[in-house]
Design a protein around this ligand. Structure first.
Ligand SMILES: [Zn+2]
Length: 430
């Protein structure tokens, strides 16, 4: 039951279409959904960490067989309003970007793009409030054995699978750690550098200016350049039916513990206790320097009470094969070769900060009503209200006409601003 599948050691394994996977699952595996058990623990220093636990969402309201779970962490900065706003609105904004009346398979395939749309919509709505705080988001959707993680900022989600393989499902959007993001910010008109204190000495982590934020992606942050984008890195994986454990936590944990140590510190314990132990372990090594929030989510085979203990002998070998430190990750390229060990199948990964690349050209439009639906905010508009495929040069001063899906004028402005095509100004002044 828990034995590891045969390794596929190709350097870049081809992705198996989701339909094929689900077909295979229905034919050869137990169709029983896994059980989800979770625990949460936190210690506050500034009180800017928030979390969301929604274990019983339904794709089709009233139909329990369409259930899925959502877990998220929001680590706010410069105030709490962006973290609270994202906690209250992000899930609805993501779900409203998924077409109605589609099956599970299509729903899972639509999810990565809906996450991009939902993050951007939430950011636009928050910025329209004219408040200046910001937040990281690590947002996890679990449907059966399929786990989809979308993230901006430096909170982290790791996956500990049977066999002791620890892998990172997020990338780090700290400027200090992410050269690719430094290049993007600079190319979009931002400046990256350290704080200059009196006497000319540079101190602290790399930050981008104007604003002085040390993250390259977040929700909110109206007062910094729009090259600080809300477009999430998204990764979708399918666990084997041996299950696995997710540890989702704010940087207060990961500044103290490596992913490996975090996973090892709580193996074999029930989720509730595990979350407490991870926080305790982080505190033991570094003290309470920052808000520290941890969610532990176990995806457990239907007939087991808890995740079976991990055989210790495989741990070191396997985790050294695939475990990447946060500084080694890049926004656009997959660095965790999860599939290399055959425990987890990678279904999707994309981290580009360009909306064109993230929304695709065939984003579902509302063709019935004759109205065009904005691919980001889902507002229906008559064709003249916004900018569609054919409206390029007349409406836009950009050198290339926009060839992506329909965007309303507000979302189009946001897109141009994120790409550095217009000066950073708030969409609405308070
Ligand atoms: Zn829009």
């Amino acid at each position: 039951m828990s034995q590891i599948k045969v390794s596929r050691m190709k350097p870049r394994p081809t992705l198996v279409p989701l339909g094929t996977l689900i077909g295979r699952e229905l034919r050869t595996e137990k169709v029983e959904k896994p059980t989800i058990k979770y625990g949460q623990a936190a210690l506050a220093k500034k009180g800017e960490d928030y979390f969301l636990i929604k274990p019983d969402c339904q794709r089709i309201p009233g139909n329990p067989s369409t259930s899925f779970s959502v877990f998220a962490i929001f680590d706010g900065h410069n105030g709490i309003s962006a973290a609270i706003f994202a906690k209250e609105n992000l899930l609805n904004n993501v779900l409203s970007a998924i077409p109605q009346g589609i099956g599970r398979e299509e729903w899972l395939q639509a999810l990565p793009r809906a996450l991009v749309a939902g993050f951007v919509k939430t950011d636009i709505e928050f910025q329209q409030k004219g408040e200046t705080s910001g937040t990281t988001v690590t947002f996890v959707v679990i449907d059966g054995w399929t786990v989809t993680v979308a993230s901006v900022g430096d909170s982290r989600c790791i996956l500990d699978t049977q066999g002791g393989v620890v892998s990172l499902l997020t990338v780090d959007h700290r400027l200090e750690e992410n050269a690719e993001e430094r290049e993007r910010v600079t190319a979009s008109g931002g400046e990256v550098g350290r704080l200059n204190v009196f006497g000319g000495n540079e101190v602290g982590p790399l930050r981008c200016w104007p604003g002085g934020l040390c993250l390259s992606r977040s929700i909110g942050d109206t007062d910094v350049g729009e090259f600080i984008v809300p477009i999430p890195h998204v990764k979708q994986v399918k666990l084997s039916n041996a299950g696995g454990r997710l540890i989702i936590a704010s940087d207060g944990i990961w500044d103290s513990l490596s992913s490996d140590v975090g996973a090892q510190s709580c193996r074999g314990l029930p989720a509730e206790l595990a979350a407490k132990l991870v926080v305790k372990e982080a505190l033991r090594s570094r003290g309470l320097k920052d808000d520290t929030t941890c969610l532990v989510v176990d995806i457990i085979p239907f007939d087991r009470p808890i995740l079976p203990p991990t055989p210790m002998k495989k741990q070191n070998l396997l985790s050294s094969l695939i475990f990447g430190k946060k500084s080694q990750t890049s926004a656009n390229k997959a660095t965790n070769k999860l599939s290399a060990v055959g425990v987890v199948e990678e279904l999707f990964e994309e981290g580009s900060a360009m909306l064109t690349e993230r929304l695709g050209k065939d984003f579902p439009l509302d063709s019935n009503s004759g109205l065009l639906r904005c691919a980001v905010c889902q507002a229906d508009q008559t064709p003249n209200d916004g900018l569609s495929v054919n409206s390029g040069p007349y409406f836009s001063p950009a050198p290339k006409p926009w060839e992506g899906p329909f965007l309303c004028s507000t979302c189009r402005k946001k897109k141009d601003a994120m790409e550095g095509k217009r000066p950073s100004i708030p969409l609405v002044t308070a």
